[in-house]
Design a protein around this ligand. Sequence first.
Ligand SMILES: [Zn+2]
Length: 232
Amino acid sequence: MGHSHAVSGALLFAATAPFLPPVLNMHLQPADVLMGTVLCAGAALLPDLDHHDGTIANFLGPISKLLCRIVALVSGGHRHATHSLLFVALMGGGSWAGITYLGRNFTIGLTFFLLAMAIQSLHLHPPGDGPQSWITVMGLAALGTFGMLEWLPSAPGWLPYAVALGTLAHLLGDCLTKQGAPLLWPHKVRYEVVLIKRTGNKVETKVLVPVMTLATFALLLWSTTISPTVLS
Ligand SMILES: [Zn+2]
């Protein structure tokens, strides 16, 4: 499901980017939109910080596995507190506070982590879990982080938005599956509209993911190339 979550995050950012300039009172460059789309895809994995065998858990071997187990313990297990609107606010607010008060080092760390998540879940690296694939992920994430710091503002206003939106995209995706998500946690009610009976089934992999991928590319092409004035 990591791949589907990432694609849905990318789609939501690409679709909403043209509405950002008036709200954030800032002008977006095409590079902002492309970077935001990729980082939002990475952020769409954040709720699975409570999963002991997800993309995040496997990122840094035993260290990240332990971290995810601790998060699961504290948050009540898989698909509990980290699958709520409160967590969306926490991630968005936390990124904003980190960027604002901790500055550049926080932005570098956050960008690198989200890029690594996006590259892995969008399968932009050689297949397999070997060292070669891990080194490629790290290398590409480092390159992307360097590019972002070089060509984009050091505290991009859209970054906390991308983090919150990606987290939200994950919750919406999980609501389409059985078990749903406890959006209003600590209320225990789970919200679900079951469109995907089993994760990884044909509706998801053969219809939803390809349609979302195409729509993302079409939206990016439109807002960055065909009609870039929507970003100003
Ligand atoms: Zn989930």
